[in-house]
Write a protein that binds this ligand. Structure first.
Ligand code: SF4
Length: 172
């Protein structure tokens, strides 16, 4: 009898995961996102992605594969003005692009920032990658010198931050 209960529980878990995934797909499809969904942190259930060589960890909202290319998507709970993301948002999406490349073994060309009022595609260029790596290096040096300080109190921002593993003042 116990095996039957276990079977029902496992089936329920698999079904719930399937339904959740289908729901994410439907939501994304209505928002015009195409391609194969490789990763989702919807419901905060995505695995933590890691890049050991840079000491990075993080959870982007979605990773898609479309026409053989990876697209990393991060949703923002604010409106953007003049198509100008904050520097921190650009560095965060760059960190997520690195994490997606590491996890899925494919190059990322574009990170996508989805604001409440519009979507901005951020080309993941060598220059942006370099800026992100240089920022990590600065953080490392500031941390060693005891000079790194948080400039906000947003727990959610820290929870999803690509630099969390290198930050001495993370709130989550
Ligand atoms: S984890 Fe650190 S770097 Fe990231 S948002 Fe929080 S305070 Fe800023």
């Amino acid at each position: 009898m116990l095996w039957l209960v276990s079977l029902v529980v496992v089936a329920a878990i698999v079904l719930a995961a399937y339904i959740s995934r289908q729901r994410v797909r439907r939501t994304l499809a209505t928002e015009g996102m195409e391609g194969r969904l490789l990763y989702s942190d919807a419901n905060r259930r995505g695995a933590v992605l890691k890049c050991e060589s840079l000491g990075l960890k993080g959870k982007p909202d979605y990773v898609f594969e479309h026409d053989g290319q990876l697209i990393v998507i991060e949703r923002k709970k604010r409106e953007v003005t003049n198509q100008r993301p904050y520097e921190g948002e650009l560095l965060q999406i760059a960190a997520y692009c690195v994490l997606a490349e590491e996890r899925f073994g494919n190059e990322v060309k574009v990170g996508r920032l989805q604001y409440l009022n519009e979507t901005i595609d951020v080309p993941f260029t060598a220059e942006l990658r370099q800026r992100m790596v240089a920022t990590l290096e600065q953080m490392r040096r500031a941390e060693q010198a005891g000079e790194a300080h948080r400039s906000h109190h947003r727990r959610n921002a820290c929870a999803k931050c690509g630099f969390k593993s290198r930050c001495g003042e993370a709130l989550a």
